[in-house]
Ligand binder design. Structure first.
Ligand code: ZN
Length: 440
């Protein structure tokens, strides 16, 4: 995946990703409904997504595709005639997937349907009620505390009817049918880091990879959380076996350090590739073991599939104060952070695409590198010493037993240096790829 000169891949898309977040931010999404469709339409202006519509009631493993939720308006009228918790001012004000309601209630009853965050009294929380019929409103705690006794009118002008679950899919074919999966959820309303940052990164990653030739095929899924991945897996059980590596993309726009949640396999190639990239970055980062909660990796890593899918984010699921609140807004994410995240994803892809196993064709003592021009070509550069060590490591460990990622791990050299060293050694005939008639 490196260009002809072997330099690291880089694409500048930070501003474009941020603009996409901004465009998608006002839309009220849920696990089903027109907000999801509109979101997919906007992504489709950038990449040729196939949009699937799965009817409500469809059985998907142990689950059933739910009804479609659409909303026009929602608000509360106070005893003094004031309109509050207006959906049209902030879509987090309505309990997502609320059943429709229009009635008068006393404050005491209303309070059973109000959700607030006492620890952050000015923020609106994000709450859902997908698999249990309920209605409700979310509002700043400070506002809730100031509500007077009396009769309130509550209006949620929404529909919950049989319809479809919508999701988007895009496949970029590579030299082989082995696939790398990137999956993001598209079901959250106005929340930037959790949801929109993942959509933006996945979109521009796909747009970029479509311009490159690659060894792997790349599959991109834009799906409602949980029910979307379950639906895709139920409809694509055989195809899922082609997924060799995968990442769930979310929370990639904030300023937090990178967090990698390992796949259930823990030692899969994707786990090692991400860890190598993060360690080489020399930046602070967190690594956490797989646990059966979080995002769609829960489904990809269920025991019946056990796919090598981890999740690479910045701040992680539930671990930042703005998580699932109105403070996860356009100020929490930035073009710079999105760009850095995209570059990290590309670095991981570089490892996955270019990890091969080679065999040293001159294994009895070191070959003389000087007479092949290898010392002179690298010795002059500032980091010549580093590249020389990479050459020696690649020669020493290319015995058919170690692939380039293993050589990078053991030597502590950056993968790109090892990759470039291997390419130089192949050019002068000192290395042959295993399986290419090379003998160990
Ligand atoms: Zn979430």
């Amino acid at each position: 995946m490196s260009d002809a000169a072997g330099s690291p891949i880089a694409v500048q898309a930070g501003e474009k990703m941020y603009d996409l977040v901004k465009e998608l931010y006002p839309i009220c999404r849920s696990i089903t409904g027109d907000g999801v469709r509109l979101t997919l339409d906007i992504i489709k202006q950038r990449i040729p997504l196939t949009v699937h519509e799965v009817p409500s009631g469809t059985q998907v493993f142990d689950w059933t595709v739910p009804r479609e939720w659409n909303i026009n308006d929602a608000y509360i009228i106070t005893p003094t005639g004031e309109k509050i918790a207006e959906f049209k001012k902030h879509n987090l004000h309505v309990l997502n997937y609320s059943v429709p309601i229009r009635r008068k209630v006393m404050l005491e009853e209303l309070k059973q349907h109000l959700f607030t965050l006492p620890a952050h009294p000015d923020w609106i929380p994000y709450r859902t009620s997908y698999y249990k019929d309920n209605w409700g409103f979310c509002l700043p705690h400070r506002q809730m505390e100031s509500l007077p006794e009396g009769e309130y009118e509550v209006v949620i002008d929404a529909t919950l009817e049989d319809g479809h679950l919508s999701y988007g899919e895009y496949l970029i074919p590579g030299e082989t049918s082995d696939e790398i999966l990137f999956s993001c959820h598209i079901c959250h309303p106005s929340l930037c880091n959790d949801n929109l940052s993942g959509i933006a990164l996945t979109t521009y990653l796909a747009e970029y990879l479509a311009t490159r030739s690659s060894r792997y095929s790349y599959r991109f899924l834009f799906i409602p959380g949980t029910i979307g991945s379950i639906t895709w897996l139920a409809r694509n059980e055989d195809r899922a076996r082609r997924i060799k590596h995968g990442l769930v993309v979310t929370c990639v726009g904030d300023a937090g350090p990178f967090t990698y949640k390992k796949s259930r396999r823990a030692q899969a190639h994707i786990d090692r590739a991400v860890l190598h990239v993060l360690e080489q970055s020399k930046e602070r980062h967190n690594v956490i073991d797989f646990y059966p909660y979080g995002y769609d990796e829960r489904q990809y890593c269920s025991p019946g599939f056990n796919l090598a899918v981890g999740s690479l984010s910045r701040s992680s699921h539930g671990q930042y104060p703005q998580y699932h609140t109105s403070a996860d807004n356009l100020d929490l994410v930035s073009a710079e952070n999105l760009q850095e995240s995209l570059q990290t994803y590309l670095d991981v892809i570089d490892v996955l695409e270019n990890t091969r196993t080679y065999i040293n064709q001159n294994p009895k003592c070191e070959p003389q590198l000087g007479k092949r021009g290898l010392y002179s070509s690298v010795g002059a550069s500032a980091d010549g010493k580093l590249k020389e060590m990479a050459l020696l490591w690649v020669l020493n460990l290319s015995d058919g037993e170690h692939d380039l990622l293993q050589i990078a791990e053991r030597s502590g050299e950056p993968f790109a240096a090892v990759r470039d060293a291997a390419a130089a050694l192949v050019r002068c005939g000192l290395l042959l790829e295993a399986g290419d008639g090379a003998a160990a």
